[in-house]
Design a protein around this ligand. Structure first.
Ligand SMILES: [Mn+2]
Length: 330
């Protein structure tokens, strides 16, 4: 609601993309989810929802959402919500240049494999396995059954990567031993993925970062973490942030407005001691125009706003942080 209040409600010329983990982030998951779903139904081309790793039963039964549903509703509302999660898109390609996914990428990930993945069949335990079992002593029927299962897991594994992976400073990939699921991937992996898919940037979320925004591979390089839940879980003291993909004209207008606001703040004697609020937008990353327009199928992967014409490529990505509603502990 803070973002809507400060930057306007969704509209045809003001599309919003929410990057997963709509639930389990506090005591109002139901309200957050229903607000997003209502907007998505009202403006399906302008409100896009990516799936997060918490949009899965085995995660949200342990992190509060199921309990919240049981408190607020009778019957099987939690099951009904979980059923909708199975069909949430796994990622969005914005303007043919920016991939937005909840977790991250992997060396074996392509947009084609992601688009072909059976997202409605995703179950976490299957995506976890490393497919190293040997079946030489099994009955042929079981071998065939296992081969079919292995093939299924192979198709599901990319879903685990985009929902769970985290960036790391080292090169390459390795098992994500912090989460016990998914993988870590280095800057070389992200760079190869971008080149392979002719993209310019990955925007992902999934990790709480203190300023709401973090460039793990260096400012402007390959991938940015954008985490919108300020005061995460009501316990942390982090800022939230969101990314704004806009035109150069938008950026110039916003920079002028920010400069005017900064001038007003400087003139006011109150501002000095306060925590930073709504950090002025700084152009942090440039996208080269000139990509081909892409079609807009309603697939596992959004290519753009559903049913809307492909907008021109963004020339600038700007990152905004939202103020912390709670005072910082001294
Ligand atoms: Mn997450």
């Amino acid at each position: 609601m803070h973002i809507f209040r400060t930057h306007g409600f969704p509209a045809a010329d003001r599309p919003f993309l929410f990057n997963g983990d709509f639930v389990d982030r506090g005591t109002q998951s139901v309200e957050v989810l229903l607000t997003l779903y209502a907007w998505q139904q009202l403006l399906p081309g302008s409100v896009l929802l990516n799936r997060g790793n918490h949009e899965e039963r085995s995660v949200n039964v342990r992190n509060g959402f199921e309990h919240e549903c049981a408190q607020k509703y009778d019957g099987d509302m939690h099951e009904r919500f979980v059923a909708t999660f199975a069909w949430l898109p796994l990622g969005t390609v914005v303007n043919g240049k920016v991939l937005v996914v909840h977790g991250g990428v992997d060396d074996d990930l392509t947009l084609a494999t992601l688009e072909a993945a059976p997202r409605n069949e995703y179950v976490i335990s299957e995506g976890l396995r490393n497919n190293t079992r040997r079946g030489s002593l099994m009955h042929p029927a079981m071998l065939a059954q296992q081969a079919a299962q292995n093939e299924r897991e192979e198709r599901i594994r990319p879903i685990t990567w985009v929902l769970w992976n985290d960036p790391m400073e080292d090169e390459g990939t390795c098992a994500n031993d912090v989460r016990s699921i998914g993988r870590f991937f280095g800057p070389d992996v992200a760079g190869r993925f971008l080149r392979r898919e002719a993209l310019g940037l990955i925007v992902r979320s999934h990790e709480q970062v203190q300023a709401g925004v973090h460039w793990p591979y260096g400012a402007g390089r390959h991938l940015v973490t954008v985490f919108s839940a300020s005061n995460y879980s009501g316990k942390m003291q982090n800022q939230g942030a969101f990314a704004l993909l806009g035109s150069a004209a938008d950026a110039a207008a916003a920079a002028a407005a920010a400069a005017a606001a900064a001038a007003r703040a400087a003139a006011s004697s109150v501002a000095a001691e306060e925590d930073e609020v709504d950090t002025p937008p700084t152009p942090m990353w440039t996208v080269r125009p000139g990509t081909q327009p892409l079609p807009c199928p309603l697939h596992a992967l959004h290519r753009c706003a559903r049913g809307a014409p492909v907008p021109p490529p963004p020339s600038l990505l700007r990152l905004w942080t939202v103020p912390k509603p709670f005072p910082r502990r001294r």
